[in-house]
Design a binder for this molecule. Structure first.
Ligand code: ADP
Ligand code: MG
Length: 217
């Protein structure tokens, strides 16, 4: 199992947002995490990434229970197994795109894989921008670079929080196509948190958070 959550409890202001929550995601089974605003999608993503720590329960990423680890232990699991597609491009401004990707690999694994970088940039249609600094990229290029940055460490789990919510129809479709295609090409599994109904038909597997949990709180 790629991701397994068991009996999760997480409180906000001492009230449970999650209580007795379970979830499992198999390798290669892309999932959509849906639910109304405030239902806890971003919180759950942050728990899975080890940026928050639960009151109770297990959160196993690739078999490692990150809930039982220290902050540095959680950072290590995140760096090694999870790729996060951020809305805004988080790159070092003084370095060009390919140098940023090399640095990301070195920080994640201590080794570099230049051929993976070449392949990703080509796959994402931004090979000609390898020497561009972050501020020199267009918005569309930056979106593609954010996907490259997330995949450059060969993560098993690729996570994006509301990747399309700010985009028009055409751009939303393009970003989703790239995310789905690249996830398949590079052997990752996609987990997308969204309240964007346009994505529903693209995902047979859905995790639904209800405001049930909010009312219970
Ligand atoms: P979603 O992503 O589904 O919109 P969130 O995970 O952002 O939901 O929020 C879930 C609930 O937790 C909301 O009621 C929100 O107000 C609350 N919440 C989230 N983060 C914090 C925080 N840092 N401090 C207080 N309340 C928070
Ligand atoms: Mg959110």
């Amino acid at each position: 199992m790629l991701l397994e959550i068991e009996n999760l409890q997480y409180n906000i202001n001492e009230k449970p947002l999650f209580s007795g929550f379970n979830l499992s995601i198999e390798e290669q089974k892309n999932h959509l995490l849906v639910g109304p605003s405030g239902s806890g999608k971003t919180t759950l993503i942050n728990l899975i990434c080890g940026l928050l720590s639960p009151e109770k329960g297990a959160i196993r990423v690739a078999g490692h229970d990150i809930a039982a680890l220290s902050e540095s232990g959680r950072d290590k699991i995140r760096r090694e197994h999870i790729g996060i597609v951020f809305q805004t491009l988080r790159l070092v401004s003084a370095l060009d795109l390919s140098a940023n990707l090399l640095l990301a690999q070195r920080l994640s694994r201590g080794t570099i894989d230049a051929s993976l970088i070449t392949s990703l940039l080509k796959r994402l249609g931004i090979a000609h921008r390898a020497k561009a600094k972050p501020h020199q990229m267009s918005q569309g290029e930056a979106q593609r670079a954010a996907i490259a940055r997330a995949l450059v460490t060969r993560p098993r789990l690729l996570i994006a929080d509301e990747p399309t919510s700010a985009l028009d129809e055409t751009n939303a479709r393009q970003v989703m196509d790239l995310l789905l295609e690249c996830t398949a090409d590079y052997g990752a599994t996609l987990l997308i948190a969204t309240h964007d109904d346009r994505l529903t038909p693209l995902f047979p597997n859905r995790i639904v958070l209800t405001d049930h949990m909010l009312k219970a709180a």
